[in-house]
Design a protein around this ligand. Structure first.
Ligand SMILES: *Cc1c(COP(=O)(O)O)cnc(C)c1O
Length: 422
């Protein structure tokens, strides 16, 4: 038997463009298919063993038929997997599936969402560059912009994401990169993607959108002009609390020439095992996310009726300050609801401790519903002054709505609100 008698078919290099990704026996490009089909079949590559499910290639390295094949592979004249830090067939399947869903030319999966954000930025930026970011970012993204980038001689500036005048002022000078999140964590602020992308491009900047809260099912930032989209796959993509993961999507040229050399040489690569778990998670994303959105919307309405609640933030509710913009950019309001409990931290902690079903946790996008107190956890380190600018109070709760029966969630919330008031 020849050494490599069972090649994958189709053999897909780690950098294969999505348009050429095939699904099994069918030769239609995945891009032409609808999202639910892409989530189940996108990126699929079968080996000659004809397995039904995506295979998990738990291997750090790959072997060559000959020394000449190894030479040709390293010279780039032959396509062959080399080492799982550069590419791995299970990881390629995940990348193919995510790129097909997003409608992006290329995707690289990473070990975590933060590895994705960090790689997207550091692969592109150098000393002397300038970054403009919305203030309302995930805590670690905020740290990268406020603390890490300036250490390398990159100047950074924060703006209020919902204030176009601040974006206009900041982007009236040349910039290299813009980072934003919409809806934002935890106050569900919406950034006008089209306008900010136009301003950023006029300033010479690439726009990076952290689309974790919306997921690719609810919002496609590239349709509004975004150049790069990043995700934490830890959240809705896995969606069942098992593994960490992330991904970066962009043009094939940028991914091949800018991102891939950075990933190849610095090693934020995802393990084949975690990639496989996320691949299987994606197969139900189109069922989970709409169900979670429906429950979140019902819960937001229920909370708004309660005297113990000072304010509810949910992007599709009429009382959200940017409802119109949210509805123009997203197809549903999302899986998170934020709200303020009257009586500050004490009442808020009474409420959280009285929850019997909903867990106290700082994760989100999971089948299990979770409540977070941002002021003392995820946003503790940004400081009181920055929290005040973001609108986070000591009574703010961020609720990630899961897949339990919504009636049980409402009972749990109602009883805990009774407890908060007593
Ligand atoms: C969780 C999260 C991240 C970071 O992802 P990890 O997988 O935890 O590294 C980045 N941005 C947003 C909006 C997130 O919710």
């Amino acid at each position: 038997m020849p050494k490599n008698s069972r090649p994958l078919r189709p053999v897909s290099p780690a950098t294969q463009p999505v348009g050429e990704q095939m699904m099994g026996h069918n030769s239609d490009p995945v891009r032409a298919l609808r999202p639910a089909t892409q989530l189940v079949r996108g990126g699929l590559m079968r080996s000659n063993f004809d397995e039904l499910s995506e295979a998990m290639y738990l291997t750090s390295g790959f072997v060559y038929d000959s020394a000449a094949q190894a030479e040709a592979t390293f010279a780039g004249t032959e396509t062959h997997y080399q080492y799982s830090r550069f590419g791995n067939p299970t990881v390629s399947m995940l990348e193919g599936r995510l790129a097909a869903l997003e409608g992006a030319e290329a995707c690289r999966a990473t070990a975590t969402g933060m590895a994705a954000v960090h790689s997207a930025m550091l692969s592109h930026l150098k000393a002397g560059d300038r970054v403009v970011a919305s203030r309302a970012l995930f805590g670690s993204c905020h740290w990268i912009v406020s603390t890490l980038l300036p250490r390398y001689g990159i100047s950074t500036e924060f703006v209020d994401g919902s204030d176009l005048a601040q974006w206009r002022a900041a982007l009236s000078r040349p910039a290299t990169m813009v980072l934003l999140e919409t809806p934002s964590n935890p106050m569900l602020e919406i950034v006008d993607l089209r306008t900010v992308c136009d301003l950023a491009h006029q300033a010479g900047a690439l726009v990076v959108v952290d689309n974790v809260f919306a997921t690719p099912l609810l919002q496609k930032p590239m349709d509004f002009g975004a150049d790069i989209v990043v995700y934490s796959a830890t959240k809705h993509f896995d969606g069942q609390g098992r593994v960490l993961g992330g991904c970066v999507m962009g043009s094939k040229k940028w991914v091949d020439e800018v991102l891939q050399p950075f990933i190849r040489n610095t090693g934020p690569s995802i393990s084949a095992f975690n990639a496989w778990v996320i691949l299987k998670g994606l197969e139900t994303l189109h069922l989970r996310v709409p169900a979670m959105c429906r429950s979140a919307s019902t819960i937001a309405d229920m909370l708004a009726e309660r005297a113990e609640v000072a304010r509810v933030l949910y992007p599709f509710r009429a009382d959200h300050p940017q409802q119109k913009l949210a509805m123009a950019q997203m197809s549903a309001g999302g899986t998170l609801v934020s709200f303020d409990i009257k009586g500050g931290k004490e009442a808020c902690f009474r409420f959280m401790d009285a929850l019997k079903l909903i867990d106290i946790a700082n994760n989100l996008g999971d089948a299990k519903s979770m409540a977070t107190h941002p002021a003392t956890t995820t946003h503790m380190r940004v400081g009181a002054e920055e929290r005040a600018k973001l609108g986070i109070t000591d009574g703010t709760v961020r609720l990630s709505v899961g897949l339990e029966d919504v009636a049980d969630l409402i009972d749990d919330l109602a009883e805990a609100l009774d407890a908060a008031a007593s």
